[in-house]
Design a protein around this ligand. Structure first.
Ligand SMILES: [Zn+2]
Length: 68
């Protein structure tokens, strides 16, 4: 059983992950929900980068502190 989604253009039910909508022929018919998911991944990646930078800075500070 395959999951179905509504085309973002014509709102027909189409198989999930279709490259083109069988009803209206639009390319990438995924609804906006998919874009939001991509944005969440970007935000999470950004947070991870900031945390890593904070950790590196913290380690650098500790390293400098040892030799003071
Ligand atoms: Zn469509």
């Amino acid at each position: 059983m395959s999951e179905q989604i509504n085309c973002r253009n014509c709102h027909e039910l189409i198989p999930y992950r279709s490259k083109t909508c069988p009803a209206c022929g639009i390319e990438k018919p995924l609804p906006k929900k998919e874009r939001v998911k991509d944005r969440v991944i970007l935000v999470v990646a950004g947070i991870v980068v900031v945390l890593l930078a904070a950790m590196v800075l913290g380690m650098a500070n500790a390293y400098i502190g040892v030799f003071k």
